[in-house]
Ligand binder design. Structure first.
Ligand SMILES: Cc1cc2nc3c(=O)[nH]c(=O)nc-3n(C[C@H](O)[C@H](O)[C@H](O)COP(=O)(O)O)c2cc1C
Length: 175
């Protein structure tokens, strides 16, 4: 699929009829995500996928009401990154941003993940609001990983609402 087309169809979808995703689909998606750039190729992103009925219910229960409604029937991906690596040198942050660089890398990787999912016919919703402690416990996520979003993934039952974006000239400065 053309990149422009992917950008167009990738939307935050808040209504799913089913997850409909297999281990093989997930392997394709993560094979693409791992190609994203990262600080010194440190590749600190990690993912925990809820695919079984039990795991899906557990992650669902970690979400606030409105995110539960939006993501019901989907599967879930919990995205984390190993802290203290990206943006660090000899164990020390190289600038004031510290672990923000790890979050930056994870965001890039997640973008690859979202576009690959779209190409394969899946819809997604990034959710920043979630019960982090409960997710850590359920998936046994190590303490050296920072948990960022839960991403719902599945087949849409509803289209997205119209979106408004700033113009290119509003977000760039050329000197
Ligand atoms: C870091 C992050 C956190 C988000 N958290 C939520 C969330 O908790 N619930 C939700 O419905 N959407 C959430 N979104 C989705 C945004 O609202 C959405 O990307 C934005 O409105 C633009 O719409 P689009 O993705 O369809 O282009 C989040 C997006 C990002 C990048």
């Amino acid at each position: 699929m053309e990149f422009e087309q992917l950008v167009k169809i990738r939307r935050s979808i808040r209504g799913y009829r089913e997850a409909g995703i297999s281990d093989a689909d997930l392997r394709e998606i993560f094979s693409c995500a791992r190609m994203a750039p990262s600080w010194k190729n440190s590749q600190t992103g990690r993912y925990y996928v809820a695919l079984s009925e039990e795991a899906i219910k557990e992650v669902y229960d970690c979400l606030p009401d409105f995110n539960q409604k939006s993501s019901a029937n989907a599967a879930y991906i919990v995205a984390t990154f190993k802290k203290g690596i990206s943006g660090f040198s000899n164990g020390m942050p190289t600038d004031l941003s510290g672990d923000i660089w790890g979050g930056y890398d994870l965001g890039l990787q997640n973008a690859y993940l979202l576009f690959k999912a779209s190409e394969l016919g899946f819809d997604t919703l990034i959710m920043g609001l979630r019960d982090e402690d409960r997710l850590r416990k359920y998936f046994s996520i190590p303490e050296d990983e920072i948990i960022l979003p839960v991403i719902a993934i599945g087949k849409r039952s509803k289209d997205a609402v119209e979106r408004v974006r700033k113009e290119a000239d509003e977000i760039m400065t050329i000197r």
